[in-house]
Design a binder for this molecule. Structure first.
Ligand SMILES: Cc1cc2nc3c(=O)[nH]c(=O)nc-3n(C[C@H](O)[C@H](O)[C@H](O)COP(=O)(O)OP(=O)(O)OC[C@H]3O[C@@H](n4cnc5c(N)ncnc54)[C@H](O)[C@@H]3O)c2cc1C
Length: 381
């Protein structure tokens, strides 16, 4: 870690221990997202870390962003994921938006005043995202040319609390080439939200259906050209997978910390349970897998920062780190025994929060599909 990253980490550690950690159990139980926490993280500069200064960003690297998300995730995966998805939306607008779109939408997202959401999945199209059915029909609207959106997006992180939605909708034929990407603002007529999903984990982060019923968006809200939407979505996800990896590593590190401290403290058979070799080997494996995952995520972020687009490595980082988070949090519950299964300790929440990391932004089966496809391409004559 360089000097900037050490400073970021220390600042965020202090913040999360004072402002997030004390409320996590209660907020998890009540499924309570605190907008003031998100906005405070924004005012401290953590919501627009990688964006250019002219749009309110801090011009830091992806590696720096990963350090920040990793640290926040040690207390709350939910806030970390909210920032991560909003960062993905900002990056999409910054890379694919025109000057007018950047000036209009980026400052309120980089400052953390508002949240961004990414709307790709539908009830019938998850892994097979290119089969999405939401339509965007070109029309001459009352205020000029635009598109009328109809359809339902499912599982949208920050649905209902976000202000800026990137929405993938079909403007052309079946398949990925018929998909376009639009910016839709909260408050637009015809945009509404379904009920909050009852989830196993990520309870502080609201997940909702986002519904479009004859929802008119002006032509100015189209990102790039018609048919570019799938390419835009995939570019966003390639980066999102790296940040999801950093969140998974934060979760694994915290679970390892809780399990080690408990094992050293808890006595059975007149000795600390840490002294049983069976547990030592579990902890050694947990530490090794966590470190290996951190290195892989850091490598993927480093390559991205240095202009190398390596989809395979981003998938490997997401796959390895989220499988590690699942294994390490599950083993942490095991090491704590009965109390590990109760909300007296945070490891049960961490185990619940880890599971969905293996599902979002491409399931871990889909990451394997991406990695295998890339292997085949490299070896095929
Ligand atoms: C809490 C939460 C937050 C989310 N946030 C967002 C969001 O903000 N924006 C958004 O757009 N989406 C979001 N999602 C949706 C998420 O990206 C999808 O759930 C995910 O892509 C999987 O799609 P699916 O649920 O339809 O599963 P399916 O695609 O139906 O998959 C079911 C099973 O089949 C497997 N499978 C499918 N295809 C293959 C294949 N080719 N090879 C091998 N196995 C395969 C999958 O791995 C999985 O195990 C979120 C989901 C959750 C649960």
């Amino acid at each position: 870690m360089n000097e900037i990253q050490t400073e970021l980490k220390n600042q965020l550690e202090k913040y999360r221990l004072q402002k997030i950690e004390p409320f996590m159990e209660e907020d998890d139980h009540n499924e309570n997202f605190r907008m003031d926490i998100f906005r405070e993280l924004g005012s401290l500069g953590f919501c627009g870390m990688t964006l250019p200064a002219q749009y309110g960003g801090s011009e830091l690297s992806y590696q720096d962003l990963c350090v920040a998300l990793n640290e926040i995730a040690k207390s709350s995966v939910s806030y970390s994921v909210t920032i991560s998805v909003s960062a993905m939306v900002q990056n999409i607008i910054n890379e694919f938006g025109n000057e007018e779109q950047k000036q209009k939408y980026l400052p309120e997202l980089t400052s953390g005043q508002e949240i961004g959401a990414f709307c790709l999945s539908e009830s019938g199209s998850g892994s097979d995202a290119a089969s999405l059915k939401t339509t965007a029909k070109k029309v001459d609207g009352p205020t000029g040319p635009g598109y009328v959106l109809n359809g339902a997006k499912m599982w949208i992180t920050s649905g209902g609390i976000a202000k800026t939605y990137i929405v993938m909708a079909r403007t052309g034929a079946e398949g990925s080439k018929g998909v376009s990407a639009f910016i839709v603002e909260d408050g637009t007529e015809g945009l509404s939200f379904g009920k909050k999903e009852k989830k196993m984990g990520w309870k502080v982060s609201p997940t909702r259906e986002v519904l479009f019923q004859n929802c008119f968006v002006p032509e100015a809200n189209l990102l790039q050209s018609e048919g570019d939407g799938f390419k835009i979505a995939m570019a966003g996800l390639d980066r999102g997978r790296i940040t999801i990896g950093s969140i998974a590593c934060g979760l694994a590190e915290r679970a390892l910390d809780e399990a080690t401290k408990y094992a050293l403290d808890r006595q059975q058979f007149k000795q600390p349970i840490f002294d049983f070799q069976g547990l030592q080997f579990m902890l050694a494996d947990m530490a090794t897998e966590t470190e290996a995952s951190k290195l892989l995520v850091d490598r993927a972020a480093y390559l991205y920062d240095n202009g190398v687009s390596d989809q395979k490595l981003a998938s490997m980082a997401k796959l390895k780190s989220t499988d590690t988070a699942m294994k390490v949090t599950t083993d942490a519950v095991q090491i704590l025994g009965g109390v590990g299964y109760t909300s007296e300790y945070p490891v049960e929440r961490m185990m619940r929060d880890a599971k969905v990391l293996q599902i979002v932004e491409g399931t871990n089966q889909i990451q394997r599909v991406v990695i295998a496809r890339s292997l085949k391409k490299a070896y095929q004559k």
